[in-house]
Design a protein around this ligand. Structure first.
Ligand SMILES: *Cc1c(COP(=O)(O)O)cnc(C)c1O
Length: 485
């Protein structure tokens, strides 16, 4: 009851004159007199006036209204809500790292540079690439960096006519966005009914004005793109490069390498494939790998191992410059290395098969009630096109809201854009059979309710602190401060 009380019913707790702090008797003790008169203001609005227990309870109760990987099953498709071993947090918070300053002399941060270098080497091995930079802050940032590498490659060869990037219609929205930010124009290539890129539709799009083709494999439908070797040959034949969006690397780790499939440049989303709890936009890291012959174009600064075995931060004059302040999102890099070392080669090679098994198990257990637009064995995720019963009027949004009542985070909805009622499910590899079966039972009950009593499903959720937020109003007029300004 308290939860609801503080979560929704009572938000304005301020009472005039109430205090949650005590000031020293003399303002001078705080040094306030030292603030020059012209920088002081008298018109500051009154902050909420509350006592200490009220403040503590307010925030503590609000924090219990959150949903996270530590509170329940989180089958958010495309986002790979990974297993996040708690030892990662211990490593990332270790004062030996967290108290370092990014500008310290190399000789005083050898351990941190070693970590960075070791992760570069491991990702190169996993991706089948020659070299990696760990500087980009996210997958989208990695895409931009990778496309800048590709542009620089063509420009340095004097090949200045290449202005286009080919992107499949199933691609994540960041692909065309990154291409546009990199100053390139986007050409879309269609997918076949089986969800893979239509090679015949691709052929006429390829010529010497194409800088690159971007692909995700398995793609956003969770389907493995079998024609990659042929696509790679076609793309290379016209002098363009093949870019791998590594957001879906998870099912391939330790099993197949983008470099071996013919990709030239790739990014990985460390926060998806190599742990780090992410949500609400961060934190992340989007390291970029390149095949041999492109290493000199990676951004500055870099970490190298010198002949004497020590590590140094260097700048390369042929590089495309900087894409981030220093060496990237260091605590995310730490978590990734801790994860890699903890699982080891065999453990890593088990991740993809388990994620794939979980996804196919859920798909097969629900496909009599939910519409499966693309048949076949999926990898780590798959997409339903809403309920099979299209007469009941219950949409994907309603299903997602009703799932919250059962204590599950909703799957990704209305992405990919290929279908009207997309419901994209991606189960984490570490979920137990009991958790997966519980989710399936909930999804089945919702589908049966949708037919038997549709209004009941449409009015959900019933158990959450807030029932129906006005999404449009929240987006148009967000209230981001305590005061109305
Ligand atoms: C998540 C995702 C991205 C973007 O990665 P961010 O780290 O969120 O910037 C790109 N492509 C695909 C397929 C993704 O799932």
């Amino acid at each position: 009851m308290n939860r609801k009380l503080y979560g929704t019913l009572v938000f304005e707790l301020s009472k005039k004159g109430r205090r949650g702090f005590s000031m020293p008797p003399h303002a001078a003790a705080l040094g306030l007199d030292a603030i020059p008169a012209e920088l002081r203001r008298d018109d500051v609005p009154v902050l909420p006036e509350v006592d200490e227990p009220t403040v503590v309870r307010h925030y503590t109760n609000m924090s219990t209204n959150n949903f996270g990987v530590d509170t329940g099953f989180y089958p958010l498709g495309s986002c790979t809500m990974k297993y996040n071993p708690k030892i990662n947090e211990e490593m990332a918070g270790h004062p030996a790292f967290s108290s370092l300053h990014p500008m310290q002399p190399d000789s005083t941060v050898q351990g941190a540079l070693h970590l960075y270098w070791q992760l570069q080497r491991m990702l190169s091995e996993i991706g089948g690439m020659a070299e990696f930079t760990l500087n980009p802050y996210a997958g989208a940032h990695g895409e931009l960096t990778g496309l800048m590498v590709i542009r620089a490659y063509h420009e340095q060869r004097g090949d200045l006519r290449r202005t286009k990037v080919i992107v499949p219609d199933s691609a994540h929205g960041t692909n065309p966005a990154s291409a546009a930010v990199a100053g390139l124009s986007v050409v879309e290539v269609k997918s076949l009914p089986d969800g893979t890129v239509d090679v015949d539709a691709l052929r006429p799009l390829l010529d010497d004005t194409v800088a690159a083709m971007m692909m995700t494999n398995p793609n956003t439908l969770g389907i493995f793109e079998r024609n990659i070797p042929e696509i790679a040959r076609m793309v290379h034949e016209v002098g363009a490069l093949l870019y791998y969006d590594g957001a879906n690397l998870n099912p391939l780790i330790g099993k197949a390498r983008p470099g071996d499939m013919g990709f030239d440049v790739m990014h990985v989303n460390l926060h998806k494939s190599f742990s780090t709890p992410h949500g609400g936009g961060g934190p992340g890291a989007g390291p970029v790998g390149v095949r041999a012959g492109l290493e000199h174009l990676l951004p500055n600064p870099r970490v190298v191992r010198k002949d004497d075995g020590s590590f140094a931060v260097t700048e390369c004059h042929t590089a495309l410059g900087r894409v981030s302040g220093t060496l990237g999102n260091f605590a995310v890099l730490q978590r990734a290395l801790a994860y890699l070392l903890m699982l080891g080669r065999d453990g890593l090679a088990n991740v993809g098969p388990l994620a794939t098994l979980n996804a196919n198990y859920i798909k097969e257990a629900l496909r009599d009630l939910y519409l499966l637009p693309v048949e076949g064995v999926c990898k780590h995720e798959f997409v339903f096109d809403g309920l099979r019963d299209k007469t009941c009027g219950v949409t994907t949004l309603h299903v997602a809201k009703r799932l919250l009542d059962y204590g599950y985070h909703a799957p990704t909805i209305y992405f990919p854009l290929l279908f009207h009622e997309s419901l994209m499910i991606e189960p984490t590899e570490t979920e137990s059979p009991e958790t997966i079966d519980g989710f399936i039972a909930a999804m089945r009950e919702i589908a049966q309710d949708a037919t038997a009593r549709p209004q009941f499903v449409k009015d959900a959720p019933y158990e959450t602190p807030m029932a129906h937020a006005d999404d449009t109003e929240a987006a148009l007029h967000p209230k981001v401060t305590y005061f109305d300004i």
